[in-house]
Design a protein around this ligand. Structure first.
Ligand code: KIV
Ligand code: NA
Length: 278
């Protein structure tokens, strides 16, 4: 996969697919099945038990990106730039370079639109770093400012989301994630970006995007308590009960044999002692 392939898919209206991924094992299972593996800063909630994606820093993102890279040969590896690493353009270049060189990412993703971020996206693109944008709900800064709810619901808000996506595409973004925006806003942004060969990747943004992204653990039915799966995310499997059943099977298989195992161990010790004394 390359961003040229993504562009070709967008222009041919073929679906573009992305799942989050945080380690090498899952990466090797998913590699080649989806176009892009996103090393999301949702690793904070999904794997590290944190309440906010703001809890994860650049070192941790590099660490997880390197793991995903180790398991991925075909899918593109996109790494989230963590909160606070792209407030200044020069910091953004340094952080993105680490995600690429140390982590082995193929591209980086950052949250936000507007003139200020378009400048950063342009600088990264010019430096040869492929960028994925992210507009609508922005988990890094949501909360006090906007709340975790659908963004761009009135007509001015909807137009702002579309304008942000277009500005990012004009600045060189190869794809833009649209998170929790009304279907018609996502469809409008998709029409504009498709004409430029740029993918929109929706999450809670309706079916009218170039592609979709889900948090892996939500898709698999493995969402831990710290990461509450959003209402819109469709579950494609229910792996949590299967994992619990396997752990119970393991525990009872070993528990039932414990008395015999202890006897065998003691017998072995007696034999060893015999050898030493004779
Ligand atoms: O970190 C993440 O999981 C994301 C997706 C929700 C797009 O940014
Ligand atoms: Na993210």
């Amino acid at each position: 996969m390359s961003f040229a392939d993504i562009r070709r898919k967008v222009l041919a209206t073929e679906a573009v697919t992305m799942l989050t991924c945080y380690d090498a094992g899952w990466a090797s299972l998913l590699d080649g099945t989806v176009d892009m593996l996103l090393v999301g800063d949702s690793v904070a909630n999904v794997c590290l038990g944190m309440e906010s994606t703001r809890g994860v820093g650049l070192d941790a993102m590099v660490h997880h990106t390197r793991a995903v890279r180790a398991g991925a040969r075909r899918s593109l590896v996109v790494a989230d730039m963590p909160f606070g690493t792209y407030l200044q353009r020069s910091d953004a270049l340094t952080a993105a370079a680490r995600l690429m060189s140390e982590g082995g990412a193929d591209a980086v993703k950052l949250e936000g639109g507007g003139d200020y971020l378009a400048g950063t996206v342009r600088a990264l693109s010019r430096a040869g770093i492929p960028v994925v944008g992210h507009v609508g709900l922005l988990p890094q800064t949501a909360g006090a400012a906007t709340g975790f709810r659908v963004q761009g619901q009135d007509s001015a808000g909807g137009r702002a989301v579309v304008a942000d996506a277009v500005a990012l595409a004009n600045a060189g973004a190869r794809a833009v994630v649209l998170e929790m925006v009304p279907d018609e806003v996502a469809a409008a942004a998709t029409a504009r970006l498709r004409a430029m060969g740029v993918a929109t990747i929706g999450i809670g943004a309706g079916p009218g995007c170039s592609g979709q992204v889900l948090v892996l653990h939500d898709a698999l039915g493995l969402t831990p308590p710290h990461a509450r799966a959003p209402r819109f995310s469709r579950r494609f499997a229910q792996l949590a009960p299967a994992a619990q059943a396997a752990a119970e099977a393991f525990a009872s298989a070993n528990g039932m044999g414990a008395a015999e195992a202890l006897q065998a161990a003691l017998r072995g010790r007696a034999i060893v002692l015999d050898c030493v004394t004779t």
